[in-house]
Design a protein around this ligand. Structure first.
Ligand SMILES: [Zn+2]
Length: 133
């Protein structure tokens, strides 16, 4: 038995999985309207955010958007590399780097709760394309 909320979450995951670039809550809503007709914004708006809160999708803070996980190890913090040319997002995992950052900010007594590391630039294939152009 799946609830309506779970049904929408599955639909939203499908939208995020299909897109190679991060998607805003508004774009999720627009996409779902194409396939499901009338969808109330209140149904959708908070859903990507709650999926991110429970570690099922990435929140891309600098774009106010969401992207699907690329690997199966969900509950971790990733470093997101965001291509400003094509919008693709690459995910890297470096727990030792996060420990190091926690240690660094912790020197003043600060208690880190979550890390957000987003790097903007150009992906490998866009860089190649630029070189060849
Ligand atoms: Zn690119």
């Amino acid at each position: 038995m799946i609830t309506r909320g779970e049904m929408w979450q599955a639909e939203i995951l499908r939208v995020l999985n299909r897109s190679h670039a991060p998607v805003t809550a508004y774009e999720v809503l627009e996409t779902l309207r194409e396939t499901h007709g009338k969808v109330a914004p209140t149904t959708i708006y908070r859903a990507p955010s709650s999926l991110a809160d429970c570690g099922r999708v990435h929140r891309v803070e600098s774009l106010n958007a969401f992207t699907a996980y690329q690997c199966d190890r969900h509950q971790h913090t990733s470093i997101l590399s965001i291509c400003e040319e094509c919008g693709s997002v690459e995910e890297s995992v470096a727990p030792e780097l996060l420990d190091e950052i926690s240690g660094l900010v912790g020197r003043s007594g600060f208690s880190p709760m979550r890390h957000v590391i987003e790097v903007h630039g150009m992906c490998g294939s866009c860089s190649m394309r630029k070189l060849q152009a």
